[in-house]
Design a binder for this molecule. Sequence first.
Ligand SMILES: Nc1nc(=O)c2c([nH]1)NC[C@@H]1CN(c3ccc(C(=O)N[C@@H](CCC(=O)O)C(=O)O)cc3)C=[N+]21
Length: 281
Amino acid sequence: MPAQSIDGIALSQKLRAEIASRAAALTAKGKQPGLAVILVGEDPASQVYVRNKVKACGDVGIHSVLEKYEADLTEEALLARIAALNADPAIHGILVQMPLPKHINPHKVIEAISTAKDVDGYSVLSAGELMTGLDGFRPCTPYGCMKLIESTGVDLRGKHAVVIGRSNTVGKPMALLLLQANATVTICHSATPDLGLYTRQADVVVAAVGRRNTLTADMVKPDAIVIDVGMNRDDNGKLCGDVDFAAIREVAAHITPVPGGVGPMTITMLLMNTIESAEKA
Ligand SMILES: Nc1nc(=O)c2c([nH]1)NC[C@@H]1CN(c3ccc(C(=O)N[C@@H](CCC(=O)O)C(=O)O)cc3)C=[N+]21
């Protein structure tokens, strides 16, 4: 029997309905949640993502402010905008879309965002909170992956989870969240000599590499859960992930599609973090 495709759009709709009712409750108390999204430069992919985030806010009743700047915006000017948004009581979350132009130091920008408004969960303090098990904003993509895994009903306790990729935004926080859920966690990356050696033992594989066909059917244990974080283009320019969906579907128990899997959940968890921030304010 082919794997169940985990529907990230359906799960998003379910969570977004809950988010909308929490937003409405806050708005009724005169505390409408607000998200500021800052985009610097003309990167076409970023334009699309940012537009989707702003639209998603509108759909659930979160007030959003989109600030677009030319690629030559100075770092000082960006930091000044963040300081103003930190002080703005109508704004509960601040997202600076990555990547930034080369003349701007992304670390400096992220650390300028008030921890209380770091709904991306990208700051050093948010990372430390996740590391130590303190309450804080979890990065949206791995947070969404956890919700997708939870939706299968499989308990992670004692399961072997293999994360492929070690980025600060996905791989590393993903490994920590899986660990928190009592999985045994292995992190593989570009210097891992035999990836299949690890993935064949995995009950859960999270692929976050950025290269298509990184995970093929012969590398997957029967009845595994496969979460595909990749965003790539195939030879026809079609959006595809890091895993060979069609073939792995015949082996795995659950698998997320691209598009329609992790992507929409990333935006949903951004909305969730923004609501949580507004509820605490
Ligand atoms: N500060 C910051 N925070 C981010 O969260 C952030 C970022 N910078 N920079 C870029 C990445 C990428 N990202 C995506 C979110 C949703 C989809 C998404 O909704 N994808 C749809 C398809 C969209 C399409 O058709 O192109 C899907 O997978 O179904 C994709 C990618 C957030 N990022």
